[in-house]
Design a binder for this molecule. Structure first.
Ligand SMILES: [Zn+2]
Length: 475
């Protein structure tokens, strides 16, 4: 039996809305942080674990939680609600609150309900109990992305219940299935089969609001403006089979695969410096010499290790990455393998094309050209949204009310989010959130899909409060 949300809430210390928010004194927002925390705990306990199989996930349980959370407010005549369930249990809920002005920009709050698996053996608290301990809610999804999905729900509920706080344009609440396995039963399915449901001018989704220098009086704060794209490729390697008792001089396909794997890891693609990288480096507020070297393609790679824990992220955000993730060869103990395959996870920067992928592989694989063919042509381009829009200005103002002098750092994600399905239709999608000084970017990234995922109570209050200020009309 789970403890009651009220009992959990009583343990928290930071539930009142922090002062700098416009809505701090509004009675509608009095319980915003407590309600968001309680909903976050319920969603964690639903354990919507997506292991990549169609039978996993069971997001329908969380859709039912949200329906109960909104209650009769979903029956309002100005609200359209759809529950999409393309496979049993793989449910998404989309609610559109029609605005008073059809020409005003519409905004979607784009969350996902599923989480990746968690092995309790590596955790200090049960990953699906949503305990509050040490000032944190612990559990799978606390960072990715149930805190934000819960904030979307609490702010949307305020808009439903308080017409005077509604924005002029349509406001959408979307809590989708299957983001963690690529969206085939969530965002991809909906944008393909029911595109009208997610037709919207602007959207807020995951991965923003992290302070880049927690000690700075004027910290850079991440605001997601895009994400890398991807291309999967399979290398099919041909050797010569033979008897395993006489390996000398053999053309062992596993050996060729090993050479290729090591080469790809040791000789990454050359760097490019795009605006999002400049913005991130500025936000880190490094000393001038290091900053200059990180912003010069000739000195970047040598300088990257000086970023410490953030070096792998810096590497990924400045080039096409190629990660050999599945290697297969051989099926009998005494037979030299005549064939092998290596599956590559390739991630491209915004602006890079499928031809860039082919060109890189052709050059990298040239020493083994007689033994390897590249299979697969799939390509998903990277995507970005305008850095300078009405919405980004409003978000920056909100950041600065909480952290005076803060500078939004407009960054892209090294992986993908559901935003990639909306940007091609012209929707501006931004990665949102607002975290406390307790959480830095390296730790934030460690908690994504990692052990001991947790969020501090202040960050829940900050994220929900910032969202309310950005979304609701506060006169
Ligand atoms: Zn996520």
């Amino acid at each position: 039996m789970h403890r009651s949300a009220a009992a959990d809430a009583a343990q928290g210390k930071l539930y009142p809305m922090p002062e700098p928010f416009l809505l701090s004194d509004h009675p509608a927002a009095a319980d915003l942080a407590a309600d968001t925390t309680a909903l976050l705990q319920r969603l964690i306990r639903n354990a919507a674990v997506n292991d990549g199989t169609v039978g996993s996930g069971d997001e329908l349980t969380s859709v039912r939680t949200l329906q109960a959370f909104f209650g009769e407010l979903l029956d309002l005549p100005e609200v359209d609600v759809e529950i999409i369930e393309p496979k049993p249990g793989r449910a998404s809920i989309i609610a559109r609150l029609h605005g008073s002005n059809p020409t005003a920009r519409s905004l979607a709050l784009l969350g996902h309900l599923d989480v990746v698996p968690a092995d309790a053996a590596g955790w200090r608290h049960d990953p699906f109990a949503a305990e509050i301990a040490d000032g944190h809610v612990w559990g799978r999804g606390a960072i990715d992305m149930l805190t934000l999905t819960s904030s979307f729900a609490t702010v949307f509920r305020i808009a439903l219940a308080h017409p005077e706080l509604r924005p002029a344009g349509d406001l959408l609440f979307a809590a989708l299935a299957d983001e963690e396995a690529g969206g085939a039963w969530g965002a991809e399915w909906i944008t393909k089969h029911r595109p009208e449901l997610l037709t919207v001018d602007d959207a807020l989704t995951e991965q923003g609001g992290v302070l880049l220098d927690r000690d700075s009086a004027h910290p850079g704060i991440t605001l997601g403006v895009g994400e890398k794209g991807g291309a999967g490729r399979r290398l099919r390697i041909t050797g010569i089979p033979g008897h395993g008792s006489v390996p000398w001089g053999s053309r062992n396909a596993a050996g060729i695969a090993a050479e290729i794997v090591l080469h790809l890891l040791r000789e990454p693609a050359p760097p490019q410096i795009l605006p999002h990288w400049v913005s991130l480096v500025h936000g880190l507020q490094l000393e001038a010499d290091l900053e200059a070297r990180l912003l010069d393609v000739d000195t970047l790679d040598a300088a990257l290790p000086e970023l410490g824990e953030l070096a792998p992220l810096g590497h990924a955000l400045t080039r096409m990455t190629v990660s050999p993730n599945i290697v297969r060869a051989g099926d009998k103990h005494n037979v030299i393998p005549g064939s092998a395959t290596v599956d590559l996870d390739i991630r491209v920067l915004p602006g890079q094309t499928a031809a860039d992928v082919e060109a890189f592989l052709t050059k990298a694989l040239a020493p083994w050209a007689d033994s390897v063919v590249v299979e697969g042509v799939g390509f998903q381009p990277g995507s970005t949204s305008p850095a300078d829009s009405e919405l980004t200005k409003r978000i920056a103002e909100t950041f600065q009310r909480v952290y005076p002098g803060a500078v939004p750092a407009q960054v892209i994600g090294p992986g993908g989010s559901d935003g990639r399905f909306l940007r091609p239709n012209g929707t501006h999608v931004y990665g949102f959130g607002l975290f406390s000084r307790a959480l830095g970017l390296a730790e934030f990234r460690r908690r994504l899909h990692g052990n001991n995922e947790r969020v501090d109570l202040e960050s829940i209050a900050l994220t929900a409060g910032a969202l309310a200020d950005v979304v609701l009309r506060v006169d």
